[in-house]
Design a protein around this ligand. Structure first.
Ligand SMILES: [Zn+2]
Length: 424
């Protein structure tokens, strides 16, 4: 595996993480830290193999004194894969002095950009929304960007954004308006909810905005996402459930045929999908350390990679919980691939930022963003088999909620992974 792949996956495999929502107005100073100490903390923060963005506590630990260093990082392309989490941290620190840097980051973007840059631009709208809670300039910045036409005039392009790019960007801005908790923002969201392509996420963000406005401490947000990630009838994926009943015991190989489709605007090709299936199966089969069971299970691509969605429907980027649930629960295939999942309180979490994937637990539906990794596929499939997160101290479980590159499966988990598999 090439080095860049390792880094890429490490940054991308945010399983069900995201950035916990800061309590409104809570901008914490790290105190009288020396420059060297602050630098060390920032370095730890961006070098960490954990992909899950940053917890609010981590952002607090960095403190206001780290803002100039964080700002410096987002203008260095060699750190591009860390940009979205650094930007999320700048929002969480909540100091409006970071606004000019965030504005420049978005507004100076030109040409064809990478997925990492695209994700960072999406997260920046939310980060600016957190600054807008106490800052009129930040609020006005967002209010000026609620027109599809504004984004159509921008000089950057991203193939994975597809034809719905401008709608995606307005939806991302709406997330910032939601996070601001400001009344002016709520009024704009209500206007935007008149538009067919925006109504779904406008409504989610009006709810978010009200919760933040009514609870200065942000407790409502920290108490849990309100959108249950379950598809109403629980059996929306056709025939895959009918293979249940195979003997899960023993160590003979069992195979799960998995159907998959990609949004027409994503750039994920079939070779990459096949690669992630092989990687997922190897993670399950390998026995790498004491306590890791060699689980003889294979996830196998069933049929071709199908297409779903329509160009310009902007469902290739998930930006709010209702949209996530709708796309996750689409009938047809078990797995739906999209370009990105960036939003607030997605997948029953209380956080904001980029998410790698989301799954019904238990259930028959999975949604994953690009880059699609084997680790995320195995993790989400585990949720489908009813497995909860296992955040043990070693953080090596495949069901760990935030760690990446992990492969630990214990005996009980292996039994769940084997359930319903067929003999090849
Ligand atoms: Zn998970």
């Amino acid at each position: 595996m090439a080095l860049y792949e390792i880094v890429f996956i490490a940054v991308a495999v945010l399983i069900l993480g995201g950035l916990p929502i800061p309590r409104t107005g809570a901008s914490v100073d790290a105190g009288k830290l020396g420059k060297r100490e602050i630098l060390a903390r920032v370095r730890l923060f961006i070098d960490k193999p954990l992909p899950s963005g940053v917890s609010y506590d981590e952002a607090n630990l960095l403190g206001k004194q780290s803002i100039p260093i964080l700002e410096d990082i987002i203008f260095r392309s060699r750190f591009e894969r860390s940009h979205s989490r650094v930007i999320a941290a700048l929002g969480a620190i909540g100091d409006a002095r970071a606004l000019p840097s965030l504005e420049s980051y978005v507004d100076l973007t030109k040409g064809e950009i990478s997925l990492a840059r695209f994700d960072a631009i999406l997260v920046a709208q939310s980060a600016i929304g957190l600054l807008a809670a106490h800052d009129d300039t930040a609020l006005n910045y967002l209010l000026r960007r609620t027109d599809v036409e504004f984004w159509e005039k921008q000089s950057w392009t991203f193939k994975g954004a597809g034809d719905g790019k401008s709608v995606v960007m307005v939806r991302a801005v709406m997330n910032g308006l939601g996070l601001s908790g400001r009344e002016e923002a709520r009024k704009r969201l209500e206007e935007l909810s008149q538009k067919k392509e925006l109504i779904e996420c406008a409504k989610d963000n009006i709810t978010l905005n009200l919760r933040i406005a009514l609870n200065a401490a942000g407790e409502a947000l920290l108490s849990g996402g309100e959108v249950k990630v379950a598809c109403s009838d629980g059996t929306t994926s056709g025939s895959e459930g009918s293979s249940e009943g195979a003997n899960p015991t023993g160590s003979q190989l069992v195979v799960h045929p998995v159907t998959i489709s990609r949004h027409v605007d994503t750039m994920i090709d079939e070779a990459r999908v096949r690669g992630s299936f092989i990687a997922a199966s190897n993670l399950l089969k390998d026995e790498n350390f004491k306590g890791d069971v060699a689980c003889n299970v294979e996830l196998r691509l069933n049929g071709r990679v199908e297409d779903f969605g329509a160009q310009k429907d902007a469902d290739n980027v998930i930006t709010c919980p209702s949209q996530l649930r709708r796309v996750l629960c689409k009938s047809g295939t078990r797995v739906k691939l999209v370009t990105s999942l960036v939003g607030t309180n997605l997948c029953e979490t209380t956080g904001y930022g980029k998410f790698a994937g989301c799954a019904e637990e238990p259930g028959l539906n999975i949604i994953m963003g690009d880059p699609m990794s084997g680790g995320v596929l195995a993790h989400e499939f585990g949720h489908n088999k009813g497995l909860p997160h296992r955040d043990d101290s070693e953080r090596r479980a495949i069901m760990n909620s935030t760690a990446s590159g992990t492969n630990g499966v214990d005996a009980d988990e292996c039994e769940a992974f084997r359930k319903g598999g067929i003999r090849p």
